[in-house]
Write a protein that binds this ligand. Structure first.
Ligand SMILES: [Zn+2]
Ligand SMILES: [Zn+2]
Length: 265
């Protein structure tokens, strides 16, 4: 774990996480990380956000919370400020934050297909009413738009659509290779998100086969646990580092004020 970064963590402002930023930071120090980044969910609209994201008027509180935690731990670990932003964008998110230089990096994530929260266990039934290949195609079409938006530094949980174990019948490798080429051309990183190991999918996002396509296409890589409590910080990072190396990676990426840099693996 020495020297790695955990770039995907949440704070209680999202309504479904536990522990203070200080607790997360102490857990990161204990795990031997060189950096921890907070990437709480940008505000979703009323009706979607309850228990999932902060309110629009809490974004400043969030930025201040992370900023003050960073000051308290200066010298022991680098603390980055980030946000996980849904794509397509919602009006509840003030897009001025996309260019806010207090934010070190933006994770772009797709959690909704036409308003269906496909990663929400409460809406799992909808998988029974849809063709799974269409669901995958719709999901990756949104990810393609997310990459093309040109404002994100990291793609969150690249193949989240597999979360509950629904696998596409069609071969997705052509689509994945095209998306990987788009990421590489724009210098957008993909995270290994270890939270999939805690879910029915039972594997990291992305899968080993996608990871190897990403490496072939020259896509930068970073790491995130998607921790919603301090015990999940750096969750299974030894496995993540092993998977990255197996795919061919010898370094991961960090971001400071949206600028990418290499960190040896
Ligand atoms: Zn997410
Ligand atoms: Zn997340």
């Amino acid at each position: 774990m020495k020297g790695l970064v955990d770039y995907h963590t949440h704070t209680p402002l999202c309504g479904h996480a536990e522990g203070s930023p200080d607790d997360f930071i102490r857990a990161a120090v204990r795990a031997g990380l060189s950096e921890i980044g907070f990437s709480d969910h940008a505000p979703l609209p009323t009706g979607l956000r309850e228990g999932i994201t902060m309110l629009p008027e809490q974004v400043e509180e969030y930025l201040a919370l992370v900023g003050s935690a960073r000051e308290r731990h200066t010298g022991s670990i680098v603390v980055k400020t980030a946000m996980e932003v849904d794509f397509p964008f919602h009006d509840s998110f003030d897009r001025r934050y996309l260019a806010d230089d207090r934010i070190d990096y933006l994770i772009g994530s797709c959690h909704f297909i036409d308003g269906w929260g496909f990663d929400n266990p409460d809406h799992l039934d909808e998988f029974d009413h849809r063709n799974i290949d269409t669901v995958y195609a719709d999901y990756f079409a949104i990810v393609s738009g997310l990459i093309a938006a040109g404002v994100f530094n990291i793609i969150g949980h690249f193949d989240l659509v597999k979360k509950f174990g629904h696998r596409s019948r069609a071969d997705q490798s052509g689509m994945v290779r095209r998306l990987a080429g788009e990421c590489a051309a724009r210098g957008i990183a993909v995270e290994i998100n270890t939270s999939g190991l805690r879910k029915p999918a039972g594997e990291m996002y992305p899968s080993a086969s996608i990871l190897s396509i990403l490496f072939d296409e020259g896509v930068p890589l970073t790491l995130g646990s998607d921790a919603h409590n301090p015990d999940e910080v750096a969750y299974e990072f030894a496995l993540a580092a092993e998977a990255a190396k197996k795919a061919g990676y010898r370094s991961i990426s960090g971001f400071s004020k949206k600028k990418r840099y290499d960190i040896p693996l």
